[in-house]
Design a protein around this ligand. Structure first.
Ligand code: IFM
Length: 459
């Protein structure tokens, strides 16, 4: 158990928690909300491991006051949440849905009353289904439609929200959603998914322009998911495989944003990035106020084993398990806090001054959490492993700051248990346990632990 005092973070460091609309809100048909690709995906048999859907989830569309009260109790300075595109513009084009915007306006106003700063994500995977029917992120028009929806949000909330994240983890949309088909919209296009990289990043650039045009003071960034790529051995084939994996997982999503160029993809037989048109890179590389990093674990990569699904798909790499004895989370993700430090230091090393101040927009761990009677008979969750994970990873952030990385904030994933995409309700990341039958919230021990850290750091 953790006992050493946490190092001091810089003055003004932001302490938050994060969630996403589809994962917590439920109420998928309330107030004119339209269908999203995740409603469609979850309705297809076999897509979600426990056969569940997010029709109720954590019921936060109705219980949002409870969520804000939890944030207040936690002492959080900030809350990262996402705005559901299908609530705001149900068909993905055309007029705004006033009732959807009313909801977020009430929500943001209540956050302000509680003294909590909003960090609003404008796209966290819930693409309106009609846009997917028209080609989804494979087509350029979706970038334009996205920018239009951002304009509708800005018209209503631009005077209330001071910080925006354009996209959450475009890598997952491309790799899991369009290449492997393990997430919505469930396409299995392998390298054919690459245009979705460019169209998402173009949407990001157009959204940045819209935000700049709407406000001279608003701050904007993108959130990418990053993993430290570790070759499985020193064998040249594994080293080459690790470089290739790094390209498609990390670099194609960060290089254009920070350097205005895609990395060389000749290892994948490509001489130009699919979908790229003249002028796009200038739009994509517009200066940002912060760079959002989501990271949970390193990835160990080897050359594809003969006959493996990766080899058969023509991919030059294969992710493999961590070294024996490495602790893992409920998701089987390796717990290696030092890798988090290395990742942050490598971003600073590789991008230098092109890297804006970093905000950790997600980090956390899922475990099997059991509600048990506490000493006073009240329900309790003793999530010792999560506390260890969080403690180690916060210290890893502090170590990166010590080594010169400008990190300005930490958003713990997640405030409450929620719908974990294709894993349904089998993976719990929350500081607060949610009974998905009744909606009842139970603070886990990690909640009190994080509250203590925040109180200590905020003085
Ligand atoms: O739940 C997700 C979140 O939506 C995006 N980042 C990773 C989290 C944990 O898998």
């Amino acid at each position: 158990m953790v006992d050493e005092r946490m190092p001091r973070f810089p003055q003004g460091f932001r302490w938050g928690a994060a969630t996403a609309a589809f994962q917590i809100e439920g109420a998928t048909t309330a107030d004119g909300r339209g269908p999203s690709i995740w409603d469609t995906f979850t309705a297809e048999p076999g897509r979600v491991i426990d056969g569940s859907n997010a029709e109720t989830a954590a019921d936060s569309y109705r219980r949002w006051r409870d969520d804000i009260a939890l944030l207040g109790e936690l002492g959080a300075t900030d809350y990262r949440f996402s705005i559901s595109w299908p609530r705001v513009q149900p068909g993905g084009s055309g007029a705004a849905n006033a009732a959807g915007l009313d909801h977020y306006e009430r929500f943001v106003d209540a956050l302000a009353e509680a003294g909590i700063a909003p960090l609003a994500t404008l796209y966290h995977w819930d693409l309106p289904q009609p846009l997917e029917d028209a080609g989804g992120w494979l087509v350029r028009d979706t970038a334009e439609r996205y920018a239009e929806s951002v304009g509708l949000v800005l018209d209503r909330l631009g005077d209330r929200v001071g910080r925006w994240v354009t996209l959450n983890e475009p890598a997952m949309t491309t790799l899991e959603g369009y290449a492997l088909g393990t997430q919505a919209p469930g396409r299995t296009l392998m390298l054919g998914a690459l245009p979705t990289v460019h169209h998402q990043l173009l949407g990001h650039g157009l959204a940045v322009a819209a935000i700049r045009a709407a406000s001279g003071t608003a701050e904007v960034g993108i959130t990418n998911n990053h993993t430290l790529v570790v070759p499985a051995s020193d064998e040249p084939a594994d080293l080459v495989a690790a470089v290739a994996f790094d390209l498609v997982y990390n670099r194609i999503f960060i290089d254009p944003v920070l350097t205005g160029a895609y990395p060389d993809l000749s290892a994948f037989g490509l001489d130009a990035f699919p979908g790229l048109e003249p002028g796009d890179l200038d739009t994509i590389a517009a200066p940002l106020d912060f760079y959002g990093v989501n990271s949970y674990n390193p990835t160990y990569v080897a050359a594809p084993a003969e006959g493996s699904e990766f080899a058969l798909a023509g991919l030059p790499f294969e992710p493999v398990g961590p070294p024996a004895g490495t602790p893992v989370t409920g998701f089987d993700w390796p717990v290696v806090p030092e890798a988090f430090t290395e990742l942050l230091v490598s971003l600073r090393r590789d991008y230098g001054d092109a890297l804006p101040p970093v905000v950790i927009t997600e980090n956390g761990a899922s475990y099997v959490d059991e509600v048990v009677p506490g000493p006073d008979g009240e329900p309790a969750v003793h999530d010792v492993e999560r506390i260890d994970y969080l403690d180690g990873h916060l210290r890893a952030v502090a170590a990166a700051i010590d080594r010169g990385v400008d990190v300005r904030g930490y958003f713990l994933w997640s405030l409450i248990d929620n719908f974990e995409w294709a894993q349904g309700y089998t993976q719990r990341f929350g500081l607060v346990h949610v009974d998905f039958e009744t909606g009842e919230r139970t603070r886990k021990d990690a909640f009190a632990w994080y509250r203590g850290v925040v109180a200590d750091q905020r003085g």
